[in-house]
Design a protein around this ligand. Sequence first.
Ligand code: AMP
Ligand code: ZN
Length: 468
Amino acid sequence: MALRFRNSLTRREEEFTPIEAGKVRMYTCGPTVYGYAHIGNFRAYIFEDLLRRYLKYKGYEVTQVMNLTDVDDKTIKSSQAEKIPLKEYSARYVQAFYEDIDALGIERAEHYPAATDHIPEMVEMVKKLVDNGHAYEINGNYYFKISSFPDYGKLANLDIAGLKPGARIASDEYEKESVSDFALWKAWDESDGDVFWETELGKGRPGWHIECSAMSTKLLGNHFDIHTGGVDNMFPHHENEIAQAQGATGEKFVNFWMHCEHLIVDGRKMSKSLGNFYTPRDIVDKGYPPVAMRYLLISTHYRQQLNFTFKGLDAARSALERYNDFISNLEDFPGGEDSGGQATEAIAKAEKGFEEALDADLNISEALGAVFDFIREINRLKADNKLLATEKDAALKVIRKFDTVLNFTYGAAASSDIDAEVEALIAKRTEARKSKDFALADQIRDELLAKGIVLEDTPQGVKWKRKI
Ligand code: AMP
Ligand code: ZN
């Protein structure tokens, strides 16, 4: 089966073929760095991580760009409230963002361009839009003229025929009801304080939407394969990105638009403005490992809303435990008798199930279903001692292959990754037990537990795992 994605632009599922054979170029709208990203944002980034990892699993070379919005209405306002220069203020949250994506096992994109490093490209694009009759200037502000772009509204499926001509909006974010000519460049006024650039367009700063059009086309070319974001980005942000990029270059901008549904809390979108959000740091403070968050966020199909609850997080943690225990117990299994081909069959079935599910617009719930069926079947064969050493190796190989997409094993590292301090404590405890100093042995066990390391005494010696 070929890989298929639902394209928001055509509102249909379509077979995916990249522009350049074997290579995928994709743009993923990144964080506005004015605070810690919340787990709603990370739902979008984890969906994009799944997409990226599965494209690589399918053998594509992926070039992903994720922008950092470090100048816009929100970043300026927040930095002023704290009386810190904009760049210094946003640098703090850029750093936190990198820490969080690493903690959540999100593979790094190839490029993280910051808007403030690409002002000349944005100015160029606005100038082109003026030359092409798509933009105009009023008092140093530049606006995109939506009546000049007949395709405006196609992505969000808007009927713009009834709009009053000449309506204009200066703010970056607005609702469908106020669709109108939008700001490309904002002339400086006192409210922007020391945030401005002296450019050919005058003294001012870019609007939010032009940032993504300018940086994506610079790094990925005028026409590229995939553009993603949360559904809230579809209008006006992505609609405006299309108008700007296509208006400036005259070429088609993006082939596939993919949008993930929201993470919600009590029926409402998790968002900073509603104040109903948790950051990954909040969740870790409550005793959950980041990988449990990863599991929770990845495991619902990206086009379905995901209701956040701690019960859901507990279930994610148990599923992860089953997954990681399966791998470590299988690693320790010496191999048994012939299953008469049952194991080989289970492996082939799992591979087929996993790939068919993800090929169908990243149907992760079905893919995980195939993985857990496989785990159950191999565990059953192992319990019956009906698993040859070669079959065991093949089963481990396939789950490790799945794990290049799922990435559920980081943080539950094998003993080869154990750090020296933990290793030394385990050795000290073994010595203590040998000399029958059980009080010391127990004390060391507790000390390790506090570090998240669980010990198990088996006939083969001490085994350990990270607490999930
Ligand atoms: P922002 O920093 O607000 O520009 O958002 C960054 C990314 O997170 C965008 O792709 C948004 O669409 C996405 N996003 C924001 N809130 C949520 C949510 N509650 N659920 C899923 N994605 C979200
Ligand atoms: Zn964007």
